[in-house]
Structure formats: C-alpha cells, structure tokens
Ligand binder design. Structure first.
Ligand code: GLU
Length: 430
C-alpha cells in the first residue's frame, strides 16, 4: 500500500469517527431539549446523556488460512431503569465506539416510543463480513458471545440483528450462549430462524413498521398512497421489503439505490426483478448500465422519500432541494439537525428514524415474549399487534408535536425519553 493510500485510509476512518461523534452530540442535544421541555432538571440529563455501560472486547479468530486475526467489538448498554437493554449487533468495517454508544441511546428512545419494557443496547464488531467466509463468521459470532457473555442474557441485555448480521448469525450466537449456560436460552437473542424460536414476521418487521408510518403520514398530508411516487435509498433488509410493500400497496416505486448508485424510472420500477437479482448485501445496481448517484436520487421529484441506507444523507446542503412532501427515515440518522429544521420549515412531514424504524425491535419484543412463554403466534397475530403499536406510536408523536409546537424529531425524543426518566425517578436514581 502506498503512503498516500495509507493516509487516505486513515482520513476515511477519522472522518467516520468525526461523523459518529457529531451524531452522538446531536443525539445528546435533542435529549437535553426533550428533557427540558418535559420539565426535568439537569441531573436527569446527566444520567441519560451517556450509556451506563460500554464493554470493549478483543476477539481472536482462527481464519481459514490458519492465521489468527484479532477483532475489536463493543456492547453498549444505555440505561436499564425500565428493564433489560435491547438492541442489535452490527458487523461493519466502520463500527466505532461513538456510533455504538449513540445507537444504544436511540434504542432506548425506540423502546420508549413503542412502550416496550426495555432500555436500549447496541453492539458492533469492526470487520468486513463481505470478505469473510461462512465459517470465519461463525467463529467470530461465537467469540463475540463468549467475550460479552457476562453482561448479556434474557433478563439483562438481549441482542438482535443489525447492519450485515442476520438470522444465521443470531442462531450461532444463541447456540454459543446456550452452551455456555448449559440450558436452552432462546430468549437470549432475537431475530432467530423460525425453527429456533424466531417470530413470524420478524424478517419483514422493520419494513412493515415503515409502511405503517407511511400509511399514517399520507393520511395527514391528504395524499393518496395508490399511485404515490416513492423513492427509496438503500436496498438492504428495510429498503428491499419496503419497496415490495409499497409496490403491493399500489404506490409507484420510481427509484431505489444501493451503495454504488441507483436506478430511476418515472413510470415505476420492476421491483420483483430487482428483488430477485439483489445479493445478500442488498446490491444490484452493477447490473445496470444507466444509473444515478445517491445524491441525485435524494433530490428526485416524488411524494415520499425514504432514506433507508446510512446516516448523514440529508444535510443543510441538499435539504432545500428535496422535493418530497413526506420523508420517512428508515435508516438511523439520515437527516442532520440543520436539515430537519429546513425540511420542517418547508412544511415537509418528517417521520423520524426512532419512530419509523421501530418495527424491528417491536417484533423482537414479540419474539422474546413468545420465547419466554414457549407459546408461538401466527403471522397475522404478529402483524396485527405490530400495526397497533406503530399506529399508536405515530399518533402519540404527531400529537406531541402539535401540543408542544415542536418538530416531529423533538416530539419523538420527548415521547421516547419520558418513560425512562420516570422509571429512573421512581427507582430513586435521580
Ligand atoms: N437492530 C434493530 C434496530 O436498530 C433491531 C433491534 C432489535 O430487534 O432488538 O432497531
């Protein structure tokens, strides 16, 4: 590797860390505002502004070529005043401490909004699963569970899938935990395969939750979903299923993208074809000669825009160019705070990430309940219960925004942090 390449590499990592730090600070800023609006003193902010616990682990893994590689992983537990902590584990080269911390706080907010009996947690391993074999991934997943086993468990902290982790990885993790404890522990982790105690509907839950938010948002805006033009950035678990659900609902999905770029057709895309051709990391655009950039995609003429990829996509630079009447954040942190202000002032209805993406953890909660009682529900039961949670959560936040005359993001934070603050007070922590 040339010196320049090394410098570029470092700059990219540093940039990402800076971005995560900004994400973390902006989360703290909104939490502070939310607590102040709810009438809490600074002590409450002091308690909730940082995770209670952050564990950093080093995981040695025997690679297929016989060498040993040591990976760094994290588990952050924001606050357990309400109950055990809950949240996914991501496998990604750009995982870092600040990001994991911010994401664990967001999990607290999501659980607060949906009224689940959990606090927030999040984990991550710095690795690139796209460059690892099946067996290497298994050894890494098992190693991670051994490394964090003391602080997790069905009544302590319950992991789940997140970016680049899936039901197979959850199965290995559950198996490792059960072996360590020497009893069957399906409630240790959610997002498992159905045969191992996974819930019906968990795989599609995030996209279902986003769909329900879109259904509620169009009602508020007086837009007909049938025929509405939808643009989706990202074609991973959330983006791809969402494209399908929108298509099935009669909306016109006119553009979708992956990390490399997107495809656009004002008459509507052939979603089934794209679903069929996408790989397990959600990429498909390399099959096409004519693509648009992710930047262009965000600024397309449309009714509903769904950023379902990565953070910091709608910023002060492009917020004024967004044409959509409704922006639904399926990704974590796709819109900066400045951009939130610009969109709100322009009358765009923004459905914030901590509400829009809460369907995943809601069905994870259903999975955990089913595991604990050993009694399993049908897909219809899960869908019906999810619908109720999402509609109630949307309404609660919409009403809070109106009542306090605040934007939807601040209203979501107020709704999300309230229960945790109350619980901490009852416990006598503050
Ligand atoms: N990783 C998902 C999220 O960020 C799901 C978490 C869970 O199911 O616990 O919401």
């Amino acid at each position: 590797m040339s010196v320049n390449a090394v410098v570029n590499e470092m700059t990219k990592e540093q940039q990402k860390e800076q971005e995560s730090l900004n994400l973390f600070y902006s989360t703290q800023t909104v939490i502070q505002k939310a607590l102040a609006k709810l009438g809490y003193q600074n002590e409450m902010f002091d308690l909730l502004k940082e995770p209670l616990r952050l564990l950093t682990v080093r995981i040695p893994v025997r690679m297929d070529d016989g060498s040993v590689k040591v990976f760094t992983g994290y588990r952050s537990q924001h606050n357990d005043a309400v109950g055990p902590t809950k949240g996914g584990v991501r496998f990604h080269p750009e995982v870092n401490e600040e990001e994991v911390k911010a994401l664990s706080i967001w999990m607290s907010l999501k659980c607060g909004i949906t009224n689940l009996p959990y606090g927030g947690g999040k984990g991550g391993i710095i690795c690139d699963p796209r460059k690892m074999s099946f067996r290497e991934l298994e050894r890494l997943s098992r190693g991670y569970v051994r490394a964090i086993s003391q602080i997790v468990g069905p009544t302590k902290d319950i992991p789940a899938p997140d970016v680049y982790t899936n039901s197979q990885i959850m199965a290995w993790m559950m198996d490792e935990y059960s072996r360590l404890r020497e009893f069957d522990s399906p409630g240790f982790i959610t997002g498992k395969p159905i045969v191992l105690g996974g819930s019906q509907g968990r795989e599609t839950a995030t996209a279902r939750g986003v769909t329900i938010c879109i259904e509620e948002a169009v009602k508020k805006k007086g837009i007909e979903l049938q025929g509405a033009r939808v643009v989706i950035q990202g074609f991973g678990n959330a983006g791809s299923y969402l494209a399908k659900f929108m298509h099935d609902a009669g909306a016109k999905v006119i553009a979708v993208s992956d990390v490399y770029g997107g495809v656009h057709d004002p008459n509507g895309l052939d979603i089934d074809y794209l679903l069929d051709r996408r790989d397990s990391f959600g990429t498909f655009s390399q099959l096409f000669k004519e693509t648009i950039t992710n930047k262009e995609l965000l600024e397309l003429e449309c009714d509903i825009l769904v950023p379902a990829a990565i953070s910091n996509q709608i910023t002060a630079e492009n917020a004024a160019n967004i044409k959509a009447a409704i922006v639904v954040e399926a990704a974590n942190g796709p819109t900066t705070l400045e951009a939130t202000n610009i969109l709100t002032e322009r009358g765009v209805l923004l459905v914030p990430d901590i509400l829009a993406s809460a369907g995943g953890v809601t069905v994870s909660y259903f999975e955990w309940v089913q595991n604990n009682q050993g009694y399993y529900w049908t897909e219809e039961e899960v869908a019906e219960k999810l619908k109720k949670v999402m509609v109630d959560s949307f309404e609660k936040i919409y009403r809070t925004a109106q009542e306090y005359q605040v934007d939807m993001r601040l209203a979501a934070y107020m709704t999300g942090i309230r229960k945790m603050a109350e619980a901490a007070q009852f416990r006598g922590w503050v």
